[in-house]
Design a protein around this ligand. Structure first.
Ligand SMILES: C[S@@+](CC[C@H](N)C(=O)[O-])C[C@H]1O[C@@H](n2cnc3c(N)ncnc32)[C@H](O)[C@@H]1O
Length: 246
């Protein structure tokens, strides 16, 4: 069985794009004093230490000097608040979404999966989430039948050749049940889901980020209404504009 550990990769250029769009979607969807369901099939840890060397240097590390300019984006504001003395801590996707819900005063029901026992241990005692140890594709699929629709992030490590096919299948099932779905993958991925999806692409080098051997990444969005899509387009363009002209 393949094993993937996100600890050396947290905060990389791909995480920046994924987490920026995830939190913009969450900010738009979360309504104060209402409840909302968030699901994630491949959640990783609650938090990561930013140690050197690490992929974060080419990702969030490159943006650290201009974080004050980016504070209007929920994602960067959370990072600034968590790191008053410089880059030390990087929250994982679920913690970022939880913090966004807190700020929006939304009652969040988080259903999150990971197959790694080390990740499961890291979530032990963490309140406000329902962590499930096991395969996230089948886990989320079983949740979809029981839960009201919400926001779903599918973020597999793509070390198993079946990951993209399973991610695509889950995305369309969830979308057809009324969920808003974000699917993250590297630009070089050959099999890319098609059919009524909006794709938000980031070319790392053009934006002064370093993704190592990867040219860029994509967040595919399904099930979003016009208001959400418009918000994501405006915010992603604003972000690219700021970081390309720094
Ligand atoms: C890219 S990392 C997740 C990063 C996280 N979503 C974030 O943005 O902070 C992928 C995670 O998938 C987990 N994983 C691998 N195969 C899995 C499976 N079949 N089901 C659930 N989790 C799995 C790994 O243990 C790893 O923690």
């Amino acid at each position: 069985m393949h094993h993937y550990d996100h600890r050396g990769h947290a905060g990389n250029a791909g995480d920046v794009w994924k987490h920026l769009l995830l939190l913009e979607a969450a900010s738009c969807l979360f309504i104060p004093d209402r409840s909302f369901v968030y699901a994630e099939s491949h959640v990783g840890r609650p938090e990561y230490a930013l140690c050197t060397p690490g992929d974060w240097v080419g990702g969030i590390g490159k943006l650290w000097p201009i974080l004050p300019k980016l504070k209007n984006f929920c994602y960067f504001d959370i990072l600034v608040e968590m790191n008053p003395t410089g880059p030390k801590r990087y929250p994982g996707s679920a913690v970022l979404v939880l913090e966004t819900a807190k700020r929006r005063k939304t009652d969040l029901q988080s259903e999150i999966w990971d197959a790694d026992p080390g990740v499961a241990a890291a979530w032990q005692g963490f309140s406000g989430v329902c962590f499930h140890m096991g395969d996230g594709f089948s886990g989320v699929e079983s949740l979809l039948e029981l839960s009201p629709p919400g926001l779903l992030l599918i973020d597999p490590p793509y070390i198993d050749p079946s990951d993209m096919r399973r991610a695509e299948k889950l995305l369309f099932i969830a979308r057809d049940l009324g969920w808003v779905v974000l699917l993250w993958y590297m630009m070089e991925t050959e099999t890319v889901p098609n059919g009524r999806l909006e794709k938000f692409e980031l070319n790392f080098a053009k934006c002064g980020l370093d993704g190592g051997r990867w040219k860029g990444c994509v967040v595919a969005v399904a099930g979003a209404d016009d208001e959400l899509l418009c918000h994501l387009l405006v915010q992603s363009d604003r972000f690219i504009d700021i970081i390309s002209n720094r």
